[in-house]
Design a protein around this ligand. Structure first.
Ligand code: URP
Ligand code: ZN
Ligand code: ZN
Length: 470
């Protein structure tokens, strides 16, 4: 089918202009000047014409950090690939990169196959995988080469969660040396988990078991320290490093210093660190704070007030916004830690709200429209080897397109979201904009406030190497 999207303002990472977009089948056939002979003839031949008057026409969002069905603390993240990718589509995200999980003691290959089995045939939008390496040994290091050839070109290591996902400095160095060799990108969860476990045990022994102690026992200094250590290890190995879910000014300073010195050090942040804080959310009365337990934790109100992370997004020291979507319900899941914050499963769901929450940054004057597109779509595509198939509206690219309405509003609420969560971390936040229409590979998934997609439409993407490193 051919579709012409007309009368809209096309926004890319580099600019905005009036343009018409011709879609043929699953890909973009042409970007045309309105009123040109080509545009007039495209309209007369198009089987479907979409009027985007007053709307921004942007490349579909790419959320490069999700955890569908992640096993954590004796339970599983509550979104399946089916539910989570449908919710993503509602929010204008047309690609996710999820984390396949190798836990300490498990085999990488078996773990990956299990992840493929969970996702295949279930997704509303295209999906790819990073590999979590929870046990860097000789076999796992060898497997990294074959995984790169299969399109898994990034590997997450954890300096946190001893006994579950944790890698020591020697394991990190070995994996980085391998990445330096095969072109992969090491993603790092940078928190000093050994020190955190001591602080958490001491707090619990004092009877400090409320959710807020999850944050108090994970000080931002220990994210800064781990970030610096990972950068030094990367420099020794001659490898690039990408910091996931960066939450603190201390960590951002370390990243900025390394980048100023010319090193291939990259970072992402997440909406929860831009909008939520330790006192008001993690420290909410009763057990409500459990809904805000994630790692790294929400930082203090003062920390958030400095708006350092927004600044980092402007300066590109933070290159990407991802969600770290890892939803759990309060009932039966977060409740596992009612008597001890250490047993609360870590994670916040938000795959549906990222495009809206970062668009609100444009409304607030924190980012330009172009930077919104760049941090939420174009850079994730380039960082993780999906560009130009994804992340751009250009001839030959997949027709993953969002029409965004700056004159409508979105009220975030558990009553209206599409994620499998019995609360919303962003309850009551109003966005001065709204996802209007979502197209994935030429197919309309969202229009007129209704979902028209189906599971299995989304397929597995074999990724290439990061274009930031070639
Ligand atoms: O709290 C979080 N972030 N849960 C998901 C696992 C991770 O560390 O990304
Ligand atoms: Zn992490
Ligand atoms: Zn994560």
């Amino acid at each position: 089918m051919t579709t012409l999207i007309k009368n809209g303002t096309l926004v890319s990472a580099t600019g905005r202009h009036a343009a018409e977009v011709l879609v043929d089948g699953t890909t973009i056939a042409a970007v045309l000047q309105p009123g040109s002979t080509l545009a007039v003839s495209a309209e007369s031949g198009a089987e479907r014409v979409i009027d985007a008057t007053g709307k921004y026409v942007v490349p579909g969002g790419i959320d490069c950090h999700t955890h569908m069905e992640l096993p954590f603390g004796g339970t599983f993240a509550s979104d399946t690939f089916e539910i989570g990718t449908r919710a993503a589509a509602w929010g204008g995200t047309t690609t996710i990169v999820d984390f396949a999980v190798q836990k300490t003691g498990e085999n990488v290959r078996d773990s990956l196959e299990a992840w493929h089995a969970k996702a295949e045939g279930q997704c509303a939008i295209d999906y790819a995988f990073h590999m979590i390496m929870g046990g860097v040994d000789e076999a796992a290091l060898k497997e990294m080469d074959s995984l790169v050839a299969e399109g898994i070109t990034s590997f997450k290591l954890f300096m946190a969660y001893p006994g579950v996902f944790y890698s020591d400095d020697g394991q990190i160095l070995r994996a980085m040396q391998k990445a330096a060799n095969n072109g992969a990108l090491i993603s790092m969860h940078a928190e000093n988990g050994i020190a955190i476990d001591v602080l958490a045990e001491q707090a619990a022994a004092r009877g400090q078991t409320d959710p807020v102690y999850h944050g108090i026992t994970r000080p931002s200094r220990l994210e800064g320290e781990a970030t610096n250590r990972a950068i030094q290890l990367a420099l020794v190995a001659g490898a690039p490093v990408y910091f996931v879910h960066l939450s603190s000014s201390e960590a951002l300073e370390r990243v900025a210093e390394a980048r100023n010195d010319g090193h291939n050090v990259f970072a992402e942040t997440c909406p929860q660190y831009l909008y939520l804080n330790l006192e008001d959310h993690l420290g909410a009365p009763g057990f409500a704070g459990a809904g805000y337990v994630c790692s790294p934790p929400l930082r203090t109100r003062e920390h958030t007030h400095h708006r350092d992370l927004w600044k980092g997004l402007r300066t590109n020291d933070l290159a990407v916004v991802a969600t770290d979507h890892c939803p759990f319900c309060m009932k039966d899941q977060k409740e596992l830690g009612r008597d001890d914050f250490r047993a609360i499963p870590n994670g916040i769901g938000g795959v549906e709200h990222r495009m809206d929450l970062i668009y609100q940054g444009v409304v607030m004057g924190e980012l330009t429209l172009e930077r919104w597109v760049e941090t939420c779509s174009t850079t994730p595509a380039r960082m993780f080897g999906m560009y130009p198939q994804k992340g751009v509206i250009a001839p030959g690219s997949d027709a993953d397109i969002v029409l965004y309405d700056p004159d409508a509003t979105t009220e975030i609420s558990v009553d209206t979201h599409h994620m499998s969560m019995d609360y919303s971390a962003y309850e009551g936040i109003t966005i001065d904009g709204r996802v209007d229409t979502v197209m994935s590979k030429g197919r309309i998934l969202i229009s007129d406030d209704a979902y028209h997609g189906e599971k299995g439409h989304g397929v597995y993407l074999r990724r290439g190497l990061s274009t930031y490193l070639q």
